[in-house]
Design a protein. Structure first.
Length: 84
């Protein structure tokens, strides 16, 4: 995935991530938004998922996001969200 400079990739949530996001509180949504900004700044820096090399797995301070990027890295597809 290429590093993006200046243009943030579009972020798309698929099931069950979409349902998970809808169940978050306002405070949890704010934390998730910050996390997505960090991920979008450099998705290639996020470690690969342990069992599926196409997936990326970001975990930090009670937030976990599993995603993959399109071939050009312009879209990040979120498959799992967890916010404590």
């Amino acid at each position: 995935m290429p590093k993006h400079s200046g243009r943030r990739p579009r972020i798309v949530f698929i099931e069950p991530a979409d349902t998970q996001v809808r169940m978050l509180s306002a405070a949890q949504t704010a934390v998730l938004d910050h996390t997505l900004n960090v991920i979008a700044a450099d998705p290639a820096a996020v470690k690969q998922h342990a069992t599926a090399s196409a997936l990326r797995d970001y975990e930090h301070e009670g937030v976990r996001v599993i995603f993959y990027a399109t071939a050009l890295g312009s879209i990040l597809i979120v498959t799992y969200v967890e916010v404590d």
